[in-house]
Design a protein around this ligand. Structure first.
Ligand SMILES: C[S@@+](CC[C@H](N)C(=O)[O-])C[C@H]1O[C@@H](n2cnc3c(N)ncnc32)[C@H](O)[C@@H]1O
Length: 232
């Protein structure tokens, strides 16, 4: 296959956006994108998995090598590579896309992977199973619904960490970011978790195109949030 360029990524994203009206679900889009998804993310210089791993590692109190980590909407499985560098070794992944699960399997870094559409189906894990639970780039309208956040709190051990990342996409005028921030704060007020960190980064992803498909320069910003589930 010829080497992909940022222009190819732009065309892929444009294609996927234009097929919205034809009713492609988020999962069908990821299945279609899978063949070039990993190299496209590299071209876009996607940073969230590395940044999340650094923030988790600097706030984790136990022995990383003993910790069990759940990667919700794991996509092609970028997170374990970066958490490995901090000594984390045990990963479980879940995603609704068959093709993404295949890519995640190829990394060889997950002890278990589940193909499940979240929202209609709950997280299939017992309460308090995980030391760290992570969701990166998947709390978007039409992707994983906010109700997953309460489920994530339930499957995290008391005192465990939850990491959430949000990319400020150029398509939605910031509404999805505002809505997510409100939801995260609601869970703080309900006492489901305690906020540990909220870090904004100017460069999470290279921009490809704007709402009207005009080419875009520069980078998209994003935020990594870290919470701790209260100890009982
Ligand atoms: C932007 S990708 C993020 C992948 C990975 N977390 C990362 O940051 O590299 C979004 C992922 O969410 C998954 N996804 C979207 N909606 C989902 C749902 N309702 N249930 C399960 N997975 C979903 C997609 O298949 C895709 O792999």
């Amino acid at each position: 296959m010829a080497t992909r360029t940022i222009k190819d990524v732009r065309n892929t994203m444009k294609y996927l956006r234009e097929h919205d009206p034809e009713g492609l679900t988020a999962i069908e889009k990821y299945d279609k994108w899978a063949a070039t998804y990993k190299s496209d993310l590299e071209l876009m210089e996607y940073q969230s998995p590395k940044l999340a791993a650094d923030i988790i590692a600097s706030n984790f109190n136990g022995q990383p090598e003993d910790a069990l980590v759940l990667d919700v909407a794991c996509g092609p499985g970028q997170l374990p590579k970066w958490m490995n560098k901090h000594g984390f070794k045990h990963f479980v992944g879940i995603d609704g896309s068959k093709e993404m699960i295949k890519l995640a399997t190829e990394t060889g870094l997950y002890k278990e992977l589940k193909e499940i559409l979240l929202g209609p189906n709950p997280l299939p894990f017992k309460a308090g199973m995980f030391d760290v639970v992570v969701i990166l780039g998947a709390l978007e309208p039409t992707y994983v619904p906010f109700s997953i956040l309460t489920e994530m709190c339930q499957v995290t051990k008391p005192g465990g960490l939850i990491c959430v990342s949000k990319t400020n996409h150029m398509f939605d005028d910031g509404k999805s970011t505002v809505d997510l921030e409100k939801e995260l704060q609601t869970l703080v007020e309900k006492g489901l978790w305690i906020r540990i960190e909220r870090k904004k980064f100017d460069k999470i992803l290279k921009k490809t195109c704007l709402k009207n498909n005009e080419e875009a320069e520069g980078y998209t910003s994003g935020t990594i949030h870290l919470f701790r589930v209260p100890s009982v």
